[in-house]
Ligand binder design. Structure first.
Ligand code: AMP
Ligand code: ZN
Length: 466
């Protein structure tokens, strides 16, 4: 398995430090709002990465942090006049629901920053002891970038052209403003009730120290893989390296990977630009989680992706083609066990697929192998394909879907049925079991009035959107 390492700026073979076991840290959401599909491009890329590692037979320990205290969450909570934890809880829960909709595998640990303040204070203390951090007059603590010789190695910063001795209190800034960054921020009026006691007085951690402290806690001082969107590379990841390596004297992360942005009309999709769609907005417009997932993964992760509704329409058509093929294959296969000799093209397609995903996660090429398989299966189905051959094709598709997570192997389209409709369906199942046909028909009408059509078959009821 080869991947592009942002640290060395080259494609390398990915080999974990401990054979077969991978430590993966992915920067998680800042829970001050609903995540937008630009954020989900990063999480979908990380999901595909994790699935490809697992596809190659390795185990993954996946840690994703929740940034529940920073400049933005504090501003949001105080503007809403609620406690920080109450404010962030809504968005944490929404985030987990959204991940499910996109069929993104859950991480093993979701550490929240506010649960790890002591670990952050320890790390800041260590950095002061090592002489790379200092307390400023207002009670904040800054990292002295000049005291860490490796500073700039990830972002390839040319120090000669940078300002020196400047300080930056904000969590986010660009390369023009490189300077000493805040590890601990002294309490100020705008923080309201948010703050923790520390050896330097009341305050709160900077955003960057959160990830260094939590990643090392769960994955050790050196671990295999750390990822995020490309905007995380500088300053966030650069600062994470500085904090961790200055404290431990060991290399922090072996491989760094970053995905390019999801854009709208050529501009990064972002909250601040206002050009974003939340996942919820797209679901409300009638697109399904898997259609959205398909669009997000169907571009190479290092290439910019322009969001367009036409791509969602195309995804619907592409998935329908796969569904139709799967349905025919399933009908033919019945309970037959797979015999690859009856469909040699399946193994060939799977080989192409495997080579593509192992070539720096080339999902567009991997999908091309899946479409080759669909085309060849349709041709074989039209001529003659043995049930064992159909089963072999289905097995190959299931293997591909371990990475893709978009194929539906049931008979009908998997839809996200609203809870109101599911409740009525349950009532209707009870009515039908009691042979109460009047009630059953009444419930059918009630479901129709919510915009869903019920179909009865031997397997039970199913619904489709009207
Ligand atoms: P944030 O909540 O802003 O810290 O972002 C969470 C994740 O989403 C990070 O990995 C960001 O790099 C990523 N991200 C934010 N905007 C975009 C975008 N338009 N395209 C891709 N990734 C993004
Ligand atoms: Zn982070």
């Amino acid at each position: 398995m080869n991947v592009f390492n942002s640290l060395t700026r080259s494609v390398e073979e990915f080999v974990p430090a401990s054979a077969g076991n991978v430590g993966l840290y992915t920067c998680g959401p800042t829970v001050y709002n609903f995540a937008h599909i630009g954020n989900f491009r990063a999480y979908a890329f990380e999901d595909v990465l994790r699935r490809v590692i697992q596809f190659n037979g390795m185990k993954v320990k996946h840690v994703m942090n929740l940034t529940d205290v920073d400049d933005k969450t504090i501003r949001g909570a105080n503007a809403a006049g609620v406690a920080l934890t109450d404010f962030t809880r809504t968005y944490k829960n929404a985030f987990f629901e959204d991940l499910k909709k996109l069929n993104i595998l859950p991480a093993d640990v979701y550490p929240a920053a506010t649960d790890h303040i002591p670990e952050m204070i320890d790390l800041v203390s260590k950095l002061i002891e090592k002489g790379v951090a200092y307390k400023s007059d207002d009670g904040s603590v800054y990292f002295n970038v000049r005291a860490f010789p490796g500073y700039g190695k990830l972002a390839h910063i040319d120090f000669d052209n940078q300002r020196t001795g400047a300080r930056c209190a904000a969590d986010e800034y660009d390369k023009e403003n490189v300077g000493d960054f805040a590890l601990w921020k002294a309490w100020e009026d705008s923080d309201g009730p948010v703050g923790w006691d520390s050896p330097w007085g009341r305050g709160r951690p900077g955003w960057h120290i959160e990830c260094s402290a939590m990643s090392m806690k769960y994955l050790g001082e050196t671990f295999d893989l750390h990822t995020g969107g490309i905007d995380n590379l500088f300053p966030h990841h650069e600062n994470e390296i500085a904090q961790a390596e200055a404290a431990t004297g060991k290399p922090f992360v072996r491989t760094w990977m970053h995905c390019a942005h999801l854009k709208v009309n050529g501009e990064k999709m972002s909250k601040s630009a206002g050009n974003f769609f939340t996942l919820r907005e797209l679901l409300e417009k009638g697109f399904s989680g898997r259609e959205i997932r398909y669009v997000l993964i169907n571009a190479h992760y290092r290439q910019g992706l322009n969001f367009a509704f036409s791509a969602l329409e195309d995804a619907r058509k592409s998935l329908a083609r796969i569904d139709a093929c799967v349905e025919k294959l399933a009908a033919l296969a019945g309970g037959a066990s797979a015999d690859s000799a009856s469909a040699p093209f399946a193994a060939e397609a799977l080989e192409g697929f495997t080579a593509a995903v192992n070539d720096d996660l080339n999902i567009p090429r991997a999908l091309a192998s899946l479409y080759d398989l669909v085309r060849m299966s349709n041709a074989a189905l039209a001529k003659e394909l043995a049930p064992a051959g159909a089963a072999a094709v289905l097995a190959a598709m299931k293997r591909m879907d371990e990475v893709l997570g978009v194929i539906f192997f049931g008979k009908a389209e998997k839809v996200d049925v609203p809870s109101e409709v599911s409740a009525l369906l349950e009532e209707r199942a009870t009515a039908r079991a009691a042979k109460n046909w009047t009630e059953s028909d009444r419930l059918r009408d009630a479901i129709a009035s919510l915009g869903w059509a019920v179909k009865d078959s031997r397997e039970g009821q199913s619904v489709t959107k009207l």
